[in-house]
Design a protein around this ligand. Structure first.
Ligand code: HEM
Length: 149
């Protein structure tokens, strides 16, 4: 019972953390990308990554390891699959910025200046990702209530 409550709390706390960090990351991508801007960008990106881990680990735990309504409830729910499709979109949109930010971190650590020419595109991608996360909340609350089953 206590575990159920704690895991549900961590799952919900990932929402302000994840949404906040992806919005801040989008703004940081929009610049200016001086050394301070890059520090903000890297910090927001690290928090965004942490929230993804928190979301997925607690979500999988809740759905498939007996903490909530049981696996059959979720696999039969259209709202659950809508939520997972949205999650896949968020993850697919993450591939390019993730690879780029790994490169930028390495270059910055070496004291070099990364080429930030595509940063405006990544700013837009982060905005799209924050919109998809909001849609996931609509799908999650429908799923929890047994809608679109
Ligand atoms: C960006 C990622 C995610 C977001 C924004 C999100 C959001 C939410 C929210 C807001 C709730 C609360 C719904 C309510 O009580 O009305 C919830 C519940 C839940 N989520 Fe997630 N979630 C995410 C990822 C995942 C993943 C990856 C899984 C599983 C594979 C998952 C499984 C669940 C389960 C099982 C519940 C409990 C539903 C119930 O009470 O029956 N979530 N989620």
């Amino acid at each position: 019972m206590v575990l159920h409550w704690l895991v549900a709390t961590l799952h919900l706390l990932a929402l302000p953390l994840g949404l906040g960090s992806v919005v801040v990351r989008g703004r940081a991508f929009a610049g200016p990308l001086d050394s301070r801007g890059l520090r903000t960008l890297f910090a927001a990106d690290a928090l965004w990554g942490l929230s993804a881990l928190l979301w997925i680990s607690t979500g999988v735990w809740r759905a498939f390891f007996g903490l909530e309504k049981g696996t059959p409830y979720y696999v039969e729910s259209n709202a659950f699959w809508a939520k997972m499709t949205l999650l896949l979109l968020v993850l697919a949109l993450e591939i390019a910025p993730m690879i780029t930010l790994i490169r930028w971190r390495v270059l910055t650590r070496r004291g070099e200046t990364p080429d930030t020419g595509r940063a405006a595109t990544y700013a837009r991608l982060s905005t799209v990702q924050s919109g998809l996360v909001v849609l996931m909340v609509f799908a999650a609350t429908a799923m929890a209530r047994g809608w679109f089953h």
